[in-house]
Design a protein around this ligand. Structure first.
Ligand code: HEC
Ligand code: HEC
Length: 173
């Protein structure tokens, strides 16, 4: 065993990737900041100010198209330039989009491990996991006027707002 002399904590740290450590730190900070979150963000729709949860289906579609889609497009294009030039509703909603089924999370996307600290995702897909934590999750949360996922409450907008876990929806989604 190589952890001898470093104690349990040193041993644990040695086994973690730098990106993963950075993520845990970031999440802890965000979680602390999240405790004092202000009022929900309001958007102008049809000349009226409202939050996402107050919108009807038509208003949600409009908001997705006008606000959410451009945000997601810019994040995905920075990941793989050229591959996401013409993204549409199917990117996240899959075939359901054609039949007006916009429920999330969806089986259209790959299922994630369900691990709170995303160990498997950091190991197998470090690049996309890092990008999603740094940009997609916070920017999508802001575009929806929601709080980003908190490790303390285990609620909020995060990976499992789009992806399913091994046995179905997780973390209150
Ligand atoms: C980048 C991923 C992404 C794309 C692209 C996207 N959506 Fe969504 N959509 C979501 C997520 C995530 C939710 C769930 C939001 C929440 O937490 O309530 C959602 C929710 C919705 C809902 C509300 C569903 C419900 O049950 O209330 C509608 C309607 C919708 N989307 C329509 C669209 C339309 C129309 C488009 C294309 C113009 C689109 N979406 C593109 C991610 C996406
Ligand atoms: C707004 C919705 C949304 C959120 C939030 C989201 N993802 Fe994704 N994820 C997607 C979409 C869409 C794809 C598929 C992209 C494609 O098919 O081109 C994807 C694909 C993936 C893949 C497969 C990558 C590959 O190369 O095939 C992994 C792994 C993944 N996501 C992990 C995560 C993790 C971890 C988080 C949270 C940190 C997260 N996702 C948050 C929408 C989302």
């Amino acid at each position: 065993m190589t952890g001898e002399g470093h104690g349990f904590f040193g041993y644990m740290l040695a086994g973690m990737q730098r990106t993963q450590l950075r993520f845990i730190l970031l999440i802890v900070l965000v979680s602390i900041a999240g405790c004092s979150a202000g009022p929900k963000k309001r958007f102008f729709i049809d000349g009226e100010e409202m939050v996402w949860s107050e919108m009807d289906v038509a208003q949600r579609k409009h908001h997705m198209e006008q606000v959410v889609l451009p945000v997601a497009g810019s994040v995905f294009r920075s990941w793989r330039p050229g591959e996401y030039d013409e993204i549409g509703c199917t990117l996240c909603h899959g075939a359901g989009a054609a039949s007006d089924d916009f429920r999330m999370p969806t089986a259209h996307l790959p299922r994630l491990s369900g691990e709170l600290f995303l160990g498997r995702e950091f190991r197998d897909y470090p690049e996309t996991t890092g990008l999603k934590l740094d940009r997609l999750v916070p920017e999508m949360a802001a575009a929806l006027g929601k709080d980003a996922f908190s490790l303390i409450t285990r609620r909020g907008f995060g990976c499992y707002s789009c992806h399913l876990g091994p046995d179905g929806p997780m973390f209150g989604n």
